[in-house]
Every structure is written in C-alpha cells, then in structure tokens.
Design a binder for this molecule. Sequence first.
Ligand code: PGA
Length: 256
Amino acid sequence: MKTYVVGNWKLNFTVGESSIYLHKLMKALPVHRGIEVVVAPSTIALQPLSLQVDRHKIKLAAQNGFYRDYGAFTGETSYSQLRGIVDYAIIGHSERRYVFSEDDKFVQKKVAAAIRNRITPILCIGETESERAFGETADAIRDQLVSGLMQVGDDDLDKVVIAYEPVWAISSVKSAKLATPDEVAEVVRLIRGTLAEIYGEKVAKDMPVLFGGSVNSSNAGGYLTVPGVNGLLAGGASLILGEFIDIIEAAKRVRV
Ligand code: PGA
C-alpha cells in the first residue's frame, strides 16, 4: 500500500502563493511511486494549479465541495465541477463539522457525491476532547465511520481513504495536545475492527487510514510507525514548505 502525505492548507495562501509553493515542491520532489503526496489548496486555487501540477509527483485535493451536482445552491462548488481538477477531497474535517455544523448525514452525502464524480474522499473522523473525557471515543468514531460510508457501494470501498484526526490534537484548537502513538494505535485498531465487522477482513486491511493532528517533521516518523497507519494529514506544518518536505522524507524513511 502507498504511504500518504496530505497537506491541508486550510484558509491560507493566495492563488499566486499557492502556485509558487507548488512549483517549489515539484522541483524538490523526485517521482516516488510509493508515496502519495497530496496538497489541498483553497477552492479558488484548484483550477489554475490543476494546469500546473505534475500528477506523477503530487495530487490535488479539494478542502470542500457540495453534494448536489448543480442547482439553486448559491456559493457552492460541486464535486461534479471539481471532477478532473482534483483527485481527492477532504470530507468531514472537524472544522467543517464544528465550525460549519456539517452533520453525519451531510458528510455521508458528500462522500457519495465525491465517489460518483471519480474523486477519492478522505473521510475525516475523530472524537472531541469532551467525548474522550466521557469515555465516548469508540462510539463517536464508530458513528462517524459507519455513517460516512453508508452510501458507498461495495465496489467503491477501495476508493475511500480514512483520516483519524482527534479534534483535541488539531493545532488550531486552543490547548491542543499531542496524541501519543499508543492513543493513535488504539483508535486505528477500532477503525479497522469496525470495518472488518461490517465489510470483512479484506476491506479492513486494504483501506488506507491516515493520522492527523499537530503532525510535524519531528513526530511524523513516530506516527507513521504506528501499526495500521498508512500516512499523515498535516495542517499547520504543511504551510511551511521545508517542514512538508521533511514529513515526506520521514515517510520515505519509514517505507524502506
Ligand atoms: P494540524 O491540522 O496539522 O494543524 O493540527 C490538521 C488538520 O486539521 O487537518
């Protein structure tokens, strides 16, 4: 299986800055078939960057999209419009869930719409700080996972990537804490166990599961060696080109 390194730029960088970053990243990276490098610029930068990107080296992801293909939905960008421009879409990110009130049902429709439009969803799931404190981590993870995949047909399960992002570990959250590799391992086991119960061992083994939450070049290697983790989703650290390249280097080292 490939190792994924995904950079979520969130609401940062103008189109020009995004283009310069991409140019420098492409120059710095050799083609490496074992590592899937993905960057998620803001929506406005996706189309120009899609003309610039060397897809052998880097893939583009959308940070957001809408599940209906067209219609009276002022201000939205549909996955059908993103089709051909991006290979991936981040869906269910905690900032969408908690800042923009997207619920499980909404996330589920977006996952289905991305797949319908040949875009691989990176389905983010993760418990909040209070869910963890009240012992509800397993329930929260199971609910988000099961619901997120509800409209995905059996033939399309190999087109889904899961990202486990404990909300309390995301760097933009006040008083963010680092997840320990043991904490990550436990939830990743739970994710794969749930997948096995519902879809069988093969799906559970083959579905990529990434980790995200204050990932940087110093802790990347540690998270990448957690059993069952197939890659990383970095936010803040991905904004610094050198950091992002170092995370990719860490992924290469772990693979050999
Ligand atoms: P962070 O963000 O790496 O800055 O914690 C991760 C994310 O929100 O996807």
